[in-house]
Design a protein around this ligand. Structure first.
Ligand SMILES: [Zn+2]
Length: 413
């Protein structure tokens, strides 16, 4: 009953939040995108390319425009694969100028999540990984149905912590998450950065949780600031280390050797907390001490990132840790990585597209512009390889062949 009401309200909202039509149904005719510059997501730049989309996938690049196509002349815009954020808390939001939380009417909460979804896809992010909330189940399904604009959602549902239980209990909970519909397992192995980030979960707990997930074919994302937590997680065969404020070069090298992904967050999350301090202050560990840790954290995470990009073979994915106030600004991480972190812009682009797709196990479906791939395509004013701020100016968004932004074709053939 509640689910049915939720569905109706979300559907109404999909109409309301748009104001004007900014998204369309999947086209039955081919769509041809004519572009001067295409960053393909794997490290190549194509010039004067015509991308033909049929249904939800890319049919051809550089071939003829089929009869009956809707043609979008993207002119001097720079085209790229839809961006991917491997760490976005899509449910987090403010209400009445404060971080909303427990006790909020569930209907209101899910509507705010729809707002976040619209903001996220309008910023060019066509896939996000949410680590995670029980409510993601409903949002993931609604967005897959296409009733409201938003990214593809990959979710862990409710995360596991050191308090979830002993190794045996953790194995059971991993199986339970899978049965509940989780796409991966999120595990807290250290304290929050607001509490210093020390390791919390034991090595044995990590081995149990990541081992069981692996057995079931599921990936594991580990929140770890402490070096020891990152090391234990990498050795336990966990898939990805998130945040990693205090990870040493030695552990980065171990992660590179073990093939553990690293998801640093240097450009959005802490800056967003600090900019919205009064909306968080006084709730849980959002206190003076917590904010002092976060102010210091900006410099610490930047320094860690600069070290990480120098480690040969370390796979650095694109996650922002977007929380309330940050959705729709997911591109800021790219700008920070390139302008402050010294990352090569092309490496940054690969990170936010094909490398992140591969880390999600979706490298053959999304993250690059090539025939047969899902038609997740964005276009922006300016070229992010020479002007990183171009990622703030996404003016065209297509997800799975459906255009969500800049709906009207420039001509028909
Ligand atoms: Zn997070």
């Amino acid at each position: 009953m509640l689910n049915k009401r939720l569905g109706t309200i979300v559907l109404m909202l999909a109409t309301l939040v748009q104001g004007k039509r900014v998204f369309a149904q999947e086209s039955t005719k081919p769509i041809a995108l004519v572009a001067d510059t295409v960053i393909d997501g794997t490290g190549k730049v194509l010039h004067h390319a015509t991308i033909v989309v049929e249904g939800s996938t890319i049919k051809s690049i550089g071939g003829p425009i089929p009869a009956g196509s809707a043609v979008y002349n993207l002119g001097t815009l720079t085209v790229a694969p839809g961006f991917i954020d491997t760490h976005a808390h899509i449910q987090w939001h403010f209400d009445n100028g404060r971080l909303a939380g427990k006790g909020e009417p569930p209907l209101q909460a899910i509507l705010h999540a729809v707002d976040n979804s619209v903001n996220t896809i309008n910023a060019g992010f066509t896939t996000i990984q949410s680590p995670g909330s029980a409510e993601d189940l409903y949002l993931r399904a609604a967005l897959a149905r296409g009733i409201t604009p938003g990214p593809r959602i990959i979710t862990s549902l409710v995360p596991l912590t050191e308090k979830s239980g002993d190794p045996e209990k953790l194995r059971e909970l991993v199986r339970e998450r899978k049965a509940q519909g989780a796409d991966f397992i999120k595990i807290f192995a250290s304290k929050s950065i607001r509490e210093g980030g020390d390791q919390t979960m034991t090595d044995a707990q990590l081995q149990a949780a990541c081992g069981e997930a692996k057995k079931l074919g599921m990936r594991t994302l580990i929140h770890a600031h402490a070096d020891s937590a990152a090391r234990a997680a990498s050795n336990a065969g966990c898939t990805s280390i998130e945040h990693g404020a205090f990870v040493t070069d030695e552990t980065f090298r171990l992660m590179a050797k073990n093939g553990t992904y690293f998801d640093p967050n240097i450009g959005l999350v802490l800056q967003n907390y600090i900019a919205n301090k009064e909306k968080y202050m006084g709730i849980g560990n959002y206190n003076d001490e917590g904010f002092a840790f976060m102010v210091k954290g900006e410099e610490i995470t930047l320094e860690g990132f600069k070290r990480a990009i120098k480690i040969p073979g370390l796979k650095i994915v694109y996650g922002t840790d977007a929380v309330a106030g940050a959705h729709g600004h997911n591109g800021e991480e790219y700008i920070a990585r390139v302008t402050k972190g010294g990352q090569d812009p092309m490496a940054g682009m690969i990170s936010m597209t094909s490398l992140s797709a591969t880390s999600l196990g979706l490298g053959k479906e999304i993250g690059s512009i090539a025939p047969g791939m899902q038609a997740d395509i964005v276009a922006m004013e300016g070229n992010p390889l020479t002007d990183p701020t171009a990622v703030r100016r996404v003016v065209f968004v297509m997800k799975g062949g459906t255009i969500f932004k800049n709906v009207e074709p420039t001509s028909h053939k």
